[in-house]
Design a protein around this ligand. Structure first.
Ligand SMILES: NC(=O)c1ccc[n+]([C@@H]2O[C@H](COP(=O)([O-])OP(=O)(O)OC[C@H]3O[C@@H](n4cnc5c(N)ncnc54)[C@H](OP(=O)(O)O)[C@@H]3O)[C@@H](O)[C@H]2O)c1
Length: 291
């Protein structure tokens, strides 16, 4: 049994997620500092021993977690450790398979909005945010789990959906915006901007020119001349350690719903390989393994 540090929680997973980063780690060691390594960045299960400074969780609690550093602490093992700030209580109405599908999608969505777009999320204070509403946002990869406005903010926004080819032509993008003026901000969920630089031309000349880029690979260069921020799940935790507690509040109040369809690819650790074989051909669906 791994010994938890002062602020750590050990968890026996009942379900784990398969994320694209797991595939990237296997294929080209994207975030792996060295092998051997235990992969797996999300899990849900039952709490085992907790560290001496942990007050919000106790053995036997049902939880869901994001695992930040997977070197030896990945979720794909009998018991994993995670810092208490990346653990949330599993709502009773969700299965373990549903619960494991939430943490990184939620954290990334929150980071994209609060850190990347600097929009104040009520109840989740972060640095440098503004109440000033953004009038229009271009979302690249809008079918991704964390970008659809109704998933991320539960606000029903008016929106126009464009073909992916529109990314090659700023005029087409601008034409789809109110009065053809361009957008205040871009959320890039798929790293599309580096290949399709015309998208930056869709930003309104006299607007805040915000560009919120989700980390999709190491070594990304940010474009110059606009207010660009690279974000991932950690970005929101760096600014607010209570982000996972806030997730529990949103779930309790039914303000955050399951972001993606959940597909169980199999049962037992051997099914992880099945999931890894499927993940890059899957979108809009969270692949999970029951344990
Ligand atoms: N999920 C997370 O919480 C999370 C967190 C941090 C980082 N990331 C990274 O973010 C990326 C997206 O993750 P995801 O889980 O949301 O993937 P996903 O479920 O596959 O969603 C991505 C969607 O964007 C579309 N797409 C792909 N490339 C595009 C492009 N160049 N322009 C427009 N649309 C494009 C895809 O369409 P097609 O299927 O037709 O290609 C797909 O519908 C991955 O690189 C992942 O590693 C994800």
């Amino acid at each position: 049994m791994p010994k938890p540090g002062a602020h750590e929680i050990t968890t026996r997973p009942k379900a784990v997620s398969i994320n694209t980063i797991d595939w990237k780690n296997v294929q080209f060691s994207a975030l792996v500092a060295g092998w051997p390594c235990v992969l797996g960045i999300e899990g849900s299960g039952t709490v085992e021993p907790v560290g001496e400074r942990v007050t919000s969780f106790k053995p036997g609690d049902e939880v869901m977690s994001w695992i930040q550093r997977t070197q030896f602490n990945g979720a794909f093992q009998d018991v994993y450790k995670a810092h208490e700030s990346v653990v949330a209580k599993k709502p009773a109405n969700l299965s373990f398979e549903e619960a494991t599908s939430i943490p990184i999608t939620y954290l990334t969505a929150a980071a994209t909005i609060a850190v990347g777009l600097k929009v104040h999320i009520p109840g989740l204070p972060t640095k440098d945010t503004t109440e000033a509403p953004l009038r229009s946002i271009l979302v690249l990869g809008g079918s991704s789990g964390f970008t659809h406005p109704s998933r991320t903010t539960q606000i029903s926004w008016g929106h126009v959906t464009l073909e992916r080819s529109a990314q090659q032509d700023a005029a087409i993008l601008k034409a789809a915006t109110p009065q053809g003026a361009g957008v205040d901000a871009i959320i890039d969920a798929v790293g599309a901007g580096s290949a399709e630089t015309a998208v930056y031309g869709a930003l309104r000349e006299d607007g805040p020119k915000l560009y919120s880029l989700v980390i999709t690979r190491p070594g990304v260069d940010l474009p110059e001349g606009i207010d660009a921020t690279l974000v991932g799940g950690q970005s929101i935790l760096d600014e607010n350690q209570n982000a996972m507690k806030y997730l529990n509040k949103l779930l309790d109040e039914d303000k955050y719903k399951l972001p993606l369809n959940v597909e169980v690819v199999g049962k037992g650790f051997q099914a992880i390989e099945t999931g890894l074989g499927k993940i890059m051909k899957t979108s809009g669906t969270k692949l999970v393994v029951s344990l």
